[in-house]
Design a binder for this molecule. Structure first.
Ligand code: AMP
Ligand code: MG
Length: 347
């Protein structure tokens, strides 16, 4: 398949009339899949009503069939078509954080959306993305768009059109290039069908930001305990992984440097994931500074690109520093732990 590519200036106010948007929207209306930027990562979108369209997402990504898709909308009025009810706390959160990186799980009306988008579930995850290109496509098609991250399943999510191209060229109908994404990590997934809403995946909106609006919330125990079955089907899969084995190190930089030297002595090519503060300290086959510790948002924004860049160095092993497990750090650590397949060395 020939993958079309359009460039769009994300700083333009209203893009709906732009020919790039019209052409991409036409493909979506014809049940083809198209990748587009959101404020979190690039999404791979399809008409959420159509089995034929949604099936193409799973095929292009190689995504396991039991991993549900988030439904994107540009207008809250679209939700009533496929959602039973919106509880008060969900309404408050939509008002506070939509458009934005918060996916809200709601009770779903059966038989409206493609079954494949929410396989065997009674809930549906909905979000309004905060990105002019995504919103223009949603407005133009007037469709709810099912969209997971636009990477091959298991690889780091794409934060630039180039990453989508590397993973999916020839497998999808088009890519709208709107430059690099902002947040860099996926949305927070919050289950609002429970009396006390539950975070199933940490992401762009922090637990504290949610608490500020609705008070008490819970966190899926599977996020901290590997033995538990996660409530979000997608969270059980290995994810975000670079080609080399990634190991997180709960120790200081001298301890990490010692590990690097030990492994190099064994003949391995070793990289280290650090931040701008420590980058000049290390001696390794590849040192990548992923943002700055002073500003965890910069770490979130660069994390997936950093994991992809390690692949160019053909390493055997990568050691990574750890990050504080608070604020956006919770989402960073959640992604790093998964990328590392839960391998952590503690000193
Ligand atoms: P992705 O869009 O690739 O970031 O993946 C979407 C994430 O949202 C996966 O972890 C899914 O398991 C989760 N998700 C989407 N819809 C639901 C739902 N109805 N119930 C539980 N988790 C969901
Ligand atoms: Mg994904």
């Amino acid at each position: 398949m020939d993958t079309k590519r359009w460039s769009v200036d994300k700083n333009v106010d209203n893009l709906t009339g732009y020919p790039q948007i019209t052409q991409a929207a036409d493909l979506l209306l014809n049940n083809e899949v198209v990748a587009f930027p959101t404020e979190t990562v690039y999404g791979l979108g399809a008409n959420a009503y159509s089995d034929q369209a949604v099936a193409k997402i799973f095929e292009a990504k190689g995504r396991p069939a039991d991993n549900p898709l988030i439904i994107h909308i540009a207008d809250e009025a679209m939700i009533s078509d496929f959602v039973e009810e919106i509880p008060e706390n969900a309404k408050k959160l939509m008002k506070a954080y939509w458009p934005g990186p918060l996916t809200i799980l709601l009770k779903m009306k059966q038989g409206v959306l493609s079954e494949m988008a929410t396989p065997g579930l009674s809930t549906v995850g909905v979000r309004m993305p905060d990105h002019p290109v995504a919103l223009a496509l949603l407005q133009k098609t007037k469709l709810p768009i099912a969209a997971p991250s636009a990477n091959s399943s298991g690889r780091p999510s794409p934060t630039a059109a180039e990453h989508v191209w590397d993973d999916l060229q020839g497998k999808i109908a088009g890519i709208v290039d709107g430059g690099t994404t902002g947040v860099g990590l996926e949305s927070t997934v919050l289950d609002c069908t429970e009396d006390v809403p539950v975070i199933l995946r940490p992401g762009g909106i922090t637990a504290q930001q949610i608490q500020e609006v609705i008070g008490e919330i819970a966190v899926d125990p599977a996020l901290t305990d590997v033995e538990q079955q996660p409530k979000s089907p997608g969270m059980k899969y290995r994810h975000y992984a670079p080609d080399a084995t990634l190991v997180l190190v709960d120790g200081d930089r001298s301890e990490i440097q010692r590990l690097i030297l030990d492994k190099q002595k064994e003949g391995l090519k070793v990289g280290v994931l650090t931040t701008s503060e420590n980058a000049s300290f290390y001696q390794a086959d590849k040192v990548i500074a992923c943002g700055s510790r002073d500003n965890l948002n910069s770490v979130a924004g660069s994390l997936y690109e950093t994991l992809r860049n390690f692949n160019n160095a053909e390493l055997d092993l990568i050691f990574s520093e750890m990050f504080p497990d608070e604020g956006v750090g919770q989402a960073i650590m959640n992604r790093l732990i998964k990328a590392a397949g839960y391998r952590v060395i503690s000193f």
